[in-house]
Design a protein around this ligand. Structure first.
Ligand SMILES: C=CC1=C(C)c2cc3[nH]c(cc4nc(cc5[nH]c(cc1n2)c(C)c5CCC(=O)O)C(CCC(=O)O)=C4C)c(C)c3C=C
Ligand SMILES: [Fe+2]
Ligand SMILES: [Fe+2]
Length: 334
């Protein structure tokens, strides 16, 4: 059928993890309850997990996490949300300039607000009957990307006519993404000099999930290798680590915190640069966990300085990369 004159706009649902609505303990508790009730995130059977979640985690963790959020909160809100909003505005402006058919970009967070439901509804209200879902996670994991698609499907269960859907699973090896990461490292080096080591740190997941088939560490390894190659780094000039361990079971290793303690005490290693390519926006896990907590481990163990390289956030090359990825994935639709 000829569709060339079909004027209907196309939608892009840009998603990320989400943050609490504010830094109060009840808001953080509400957020953690939604997040940690997700079976893709915690796959333990409910009879075992819910007593731990409600009895221990939701009793003690909200207070600690709220303190962390307070230390990174921006005037406009959670850093993750602030950067996601800027990314959406930037991508919208680029697509408006590049494409003839109208494309609407809406933000939806997997947990908290603005929700995936509100994003899908905004696109529907704008007349979009075809929607591309773009989770802003470069590396695929069932704990992040698959649960986003699950949520989209769950929302659409109630719609009389769900839109046609496309989904982006990963962009871990996208040349524009790797080039933007490399440019951000070179700019950091130009400003601060080059540290003894570059740490490429990714959020971890339980090892058990990998045994069950989650391909996440493979994606992380490929990103790290491509970035190191682009920067011309030899094997002993960088190290891949995993951060943000949660719970008692073994997670992906080497652990960032242990590495920082060991390296801090190593007289050969005085300075480290840390980049976190798995985070498209700065957030609690970078601004607090890396720039505060792990910097503390390294420097208290005797290291001179740990310098955190900001996430790609709303850099022009990052926005341009997203816009190109979207244009490519919309082939045939626009
Ligand atoms: C970038 C990819 C991410 C993966 C993979 C991931 C897996 C994962 N996370 C938890 C538990 C927590 N993560 C928390 C925060 C958080 N996680 C990511 C990203 C990934 N998580 C981001 C971007 C953030 C920051 C959110 C923000 O508002 O800034 C938290 C909450 C904060 C805290 O209390 O420490 C938890 C808890 C698990 C269990 C998991 C895989 C199984
Ligand atoms: Fe996480
Ligand atoms: Fe953390």
């Amino acid at each position: 059928m000829m569709r060339r004159n079909d004027p209907a706009p196309v939608g892009v649902l840009f998603t990320n993890l989400g943050s609490p609505d504010d830094t109060s303990v009840p808001a953080v508790r509400r957020y953690l309850r939604e997040f940690l009730s997700d079976r893709r995130v915690i796959d333990l059977n409910r009879a075992a997990w819910l007593p731990i979640l409600y009895g221990i985690i939701l009793t003690f963790r909200p207070r600690k996490s709220a303190k962390g959020y307070r230390s990174v909160w921006m005037d406009e809100g959670s850093p993750l949300l602030v950067y996601a909003r800027r990314q959406v505005a930037g991508i919208q402006a680029r697509l408006d300039a590049d494409l003839e058919r109208p494309v609407h970009v809406a933000l939806g967070m997997r947990y908290g607000n603005p929700s995936i439901e509100s994003g899908l509804e905004a696109l529907h209200a704008a007349g979009c009957r075809k929607i591309l879902v773009l989770p802003a996670y470069p590396q695929y994991s069932a704990t992040t990307v698959a649960t986003t698609f699950d949520k989209v499907s769950e929302v659409l269960e109630d719609w009389p006519e769900p839109p046609a859907l496309r989904q982006i699973n990963r962009y871990h090896d996208d040349p524009g993404y790797i080039a933007a990461l490399a440019a951000s490292v070179r700019e950091h080096w130009a400003e601060h000099g080059r540290a003894d080591k570059l740490v490429i740190s990714f959020h971890g997941i339980p090892k058990r999930y990998v045994k069950q088939g989650d391909p996440y560490p493979r994606d992380c390894g490929i990103t790290a290798q491509l970035l190191a190659a682009e920067l011309g780094l030899s094997r002993n000039e960088y190290k891949v680590c995993f951060q943000s361990r949660f719970g008692r079971e073994p997670w992906l290793q080497p652990y960032l915190d242990e590495t920082m303690k060991t390296w801090g005490a190593d007289p050969e290693i005085n300075t480290v640069d840390v980049i976190c390519p798995g985070f498209s926006s700065d957030c609690l896990e970078t601004l607090e966990e890396i720039r505060e907590e792990n910097r503390g481990y390294f420097e208290q163990a005797g290291g001179e300085s740990l310098r955190y390289i900001p996430a790609l956030n709303d850099r022009d090359d990052h926005i341009e990369m997203f816009a190109r990825l979207i244009r490519e994935e919309l082939a045939g639709w626009v």
